[in-house]
Design a protein around this ligand. Structure first.
Ligand code: HEM
Length: 466
């Protein structure tokens, strides 16, 4: 770490790092710096300063919607280069945010998950069909890759009636995924560039990738239009139903223009799969390392599905897997896969009784450190799903846990992610024994979102006796 501690005029410690000192894992570096400098520090990189907040007290203040709103960070400004004014990257006062939010909210109510359940199950069965082959041939699985295949296919099918068929592509991921990962990496790194170097080649490569994302979206929209189906109440159906069509636009509700619909489709394809895939990968990692928790997930699944070889989970079954859900919650506590979110002060204010923040200034919540606040007890690094028992949750501040962000701009897809991930995790635990063939040690890869790096396991079929 190239850092030294100096108090700035406002009393906030400053960690100076050079652009060369910014590692390829900037979130983990920011966590290390928080361990050195405390719950409020500024990272200075060239002439850019970012105020990172990590404690429950400070986050409680910036979660107050009357004092702070979502901030579009410098990284999100770069994501806007390919996701435009989609929900995730829109400014608070951009009219398209409120319009799209109103059009799309009904699609994310808990009841709507019933609509997506069959598509989620269909893709979960693809995972198992693919994993069954690994049981037979004994080869290892790249967990994060398979989870990404599964979540991409799920958001494609459930949201847009579009099939990415990621499990029929052998080892190569869908080109959309590769282009997306490069776009996210470009966005995450651009702010730390050397201003004097020539970046035209990487920018051209980025443009080509962004164009590819847009072309996939056009394919998705064209497939729907060609099918002649309305798609009823899926995401694309809702947006096309609310599409601006000149004077004939329905006056009853908000309308979206085609450019915005494209931005939303890109946004959902990215936001809707990358983070959930990481969450599932971390949950599988912790289950692999914690036989007691794995046994409890298996028991919960066995109670629902007995020793059926091919269970047929109902929508209601997913609400009957509370411990499996606790495992996911706890995995997202230790490694919230969208590891930071930004807040913007509405007025000049002071936080923590001593840190001045000016109107319009951005502050960044370092979620993995919030999730290790002393409010979590003596051993915050320990994986312990009982932290999410109803009693433990009731006793804790709601601001101690923010993997889905906060307030009006919190994650719209939270129920979607949890329904999809809970079902898959329970089905996998019901069907397989997980084998730690490589004695895997957790390393974390960052591509804006977090994933276990190089995590593989092998499988055996579970028998009723297991
Ligand atoms: C917003 C995390 C899954 C769609 C957010 C935010 C976070 C987050 C932290 C707030 C960002 C900010 O304040 O700047 C996660 C995690 C997920 C997940 C950890 C999985 C475990 C999903 C899914 C979808 C989705 C499945 C869609 C189907 C969105 C959208 C927004 C958002 C559209 C922007 C909402 C708005 O500002 O109106 N997510 N997300 N996310 N998420 Fe998620």
């Amino acid at each position: 770490l190239h850092s030294d501690e100096r108090a700035a005029d406002d009393g906030i410690p400053v960690a100076d790092i050079t652009a060369a000192g910014l590692t390829s894992t900037p979130m983990q570096q920011a966590m290390d710096l928080a361990r050195i400098h405390g719950p409020a520090y500024k990272r200075r990189l060239g002439d850019r300063e970012t105020l990172f907040l990590s404690s429950l007290d400070l986050v409680t203040e910036v979660a107050d919607e009357s004092r702070f709103a979502k901030g579009v960070s410098v990284v999100l400004e770069n994501v806007r280069e390919f996701a435009g004014d989609g929900l995730f990257t829109a400014y608070n006062d951009e009219p398209n945010w409120a319009k799209a939010h109103e059009v799309l909210m009904p699609a994310f109510a808990l009841g709507s998950m019933r609509t997506y359940h069959p598509a989620m199950l269909k893709v979960a069965r693809r995972v198992m069909a693919s994993w069954d082959r690994r049981v037979v041939d004994g080869t290892s699985l790249h967990i994060a890759d398979d989870m990404t295949r599964m979540t991409l296919d799920t958001i494609g099918l459930a949201g847009f009636g579009f099939d990415f068929e990621s499990f029929s592509r052998g080892d190569t991921p869908h080109p959309f995924v590769e282009a997306m990962v490069r776009c996210l990496q470009w966005s995450g790194k651009k702010f730390a560039r050397d201003p004097h170097a020539d970046h035209s080649a990487e920018d051209a490569a980025f443009r080509a990738d962004a164009d590819h994302l847009a072309s996939v979206v056009d394919e998705v929209i064209a497939a729907r239009t060609a099918s002649g189906e309305s798609g009823d109440d899926d995401l694309l159906g809702l947006m096309l139903g609310a599409r601006e069509q000149g004077d004939a636009a329905a006056a009853a509700g908000p309308t979206l223009d085609l450019a915005n619909i494209r931005n939303q489709v890109i946004t959902f394809l990215i936001a809707g799969h990358e983070t959930t895939s990481g969450a599932l990968s971390f949950a599988l990692y912790y289950l692999l390392k914690d036989p007691v928790a794995l046994r409890m997930v298996q028991r919960e699944a066995d109670e629902l599905w007995g020793d059926q070889a091919d269970p047929d989970p109902s929508f209601e079954d997913i609400g009957r897997l509370p411990f499996t859900r606790q495992v996911l919650n706890e995995a997202l506590r230790l490694w919230p896969t969208a590891a930071a979110f930004t807040r913007q002060a509405r007025e000049d204010t002071v936080i923590g009784g001593r840190y001045p923040v000016k109107a319009g200034e951005l502050v960044t919540v370092l979620t993995p450190m919030l999730h290790r606040d002393p409010a979590w007890g003596d051993n915050p690094e320990l994986f312990d799903p009982s932290r999410f028992s109803p009693e433990a949750e009731a006793a804790r501040s709601p601001h101690a846990y923010k993997p889905f962000g906060t307030g009006e701009r919190a994650c719209i897809g939270r129920q979607f992610a949890l329904h999809e991930a809970t079902m898959l995790l329970a089905l996998l635990a019901h069907r397989y024994r997980l084998i730690d063939h490589d004695d895997y040690r957790l390393r974390i890869k960052e591509t804006l979102t977090l994933k276990p790096d190089g995590f593989t396991l092998t499988l055996a079929a579970r028998t009723p006796a297991d």
